[in-house]
Ligand binder design. Structure first.
Ligand SMILES: CC(C)(COP(=O)(O)OP(=O)(O)OC[C@H]1O[C@@H](n2cnc3c(N)ncnc32)[C@H](O)[C@@H]1OP(=O)(O)O)[C@@H](O)C(=O)NCCC(=O)NCCS
Length: 189
């Protein structure tokens, strides 16, 4: 488990799949995640079996928030296409439970993944792609410490038209500086 202030990340389980299918078929949830076609339980089970064959570092994590004494599943996240020579990876997430949007969870998930990527996996660069119209996502990634690094013009196709795709990244040196700054602030208190 990876614990944050309000969330925890744990390995995906087979029992999570019905929720993933429900969420990934919701047009609001999948609008910006390049999943244009409906998916079935069988599709998701196939994805799950393939996922188990991937290196552990690339197996996604379920996102959970506190729910009374227990925990409640709200989404999924993880690293993919890790390049161990360059020590770079792409990262992605979705929060499927729409009642949990705009409450800071996306930012917290990204902060946890940055901590895991730099502090545990010893990566040097973590990047993501985001649809230029996904204003909430862009804002969450900026708050987590990602900086804008490029724009693929007409890099994605959605709702009958091309949209630009933005690239954002965080470097180990920037992460180290931001965590040092936070430690400094907590000393001042
Ligand atoms: C994108 C996503 C991960 C963001 O997570 P989240 O928990 O909603 O994000 P946060 O609450 O941490 O941050 C969102 C920020 O964007 C702001 N925001 C939301 N909609 C906005 C808009 N249309 N314009 C400007 N800012 C907006 C929020 O106010 C918040 O900023 P604030 O804290 O300064 O007020 C989540 O909404 C999601 O999973 N969406 C569906 C799937 C998806 O798009 N995944 C990402 C693909 S790259």
């Amino acid at each position: 488990m990876i614990y944050g202030e309000r969330i925890r990340l744990r390995r995906d389980e087979r029992a999570d799949l019905p929720k993933f299918v429900e969420w990934l078929n919701d047009p609001d949830v999948r609008r910006y995640i390049s999943m244009n076609l409906p998916i079935s339980q069988v599709n998701e089970e196939q994805w799950f079996e393939n996922m188990l064959k991937m290196p552990r570092e690339e197996q996604p994590c379920a996102i959970e928030i506190r729910n009374g004494e227990g925990w409640r599943l709200i989404g999924n996240c993880g690293f993919f296409d890790i390049n161990w020579t360059v020590r770079s990876t792409e990262v992605g997430l979705f929060i499927g439970d729409k009642s949990c949007w705009n409450k800071g969870y996306g930012t917290e998930v990204m902060r946890l993944l940055l901590g895991q990527g730099f502090g545990t996996l010893n990566l040097n660069r973590i990047f993501l792609r985001v649809d230029s119209a996904n204003k909430g996502g862009i804002r969450a990634y900026e708050k987590a410490g990602f900086v804008h690094e490029g724009r693929f013009r007409q890099g994605t196709y959605r709702d009958g038209r091309y949209e630009d795709m933005l690239f954002m990244s965080a470097l180990r040196s920037e992460w180290d500086a931001s965590t040092e700054e936070m430690k400094g602030k907590s000393h001042v208190k």
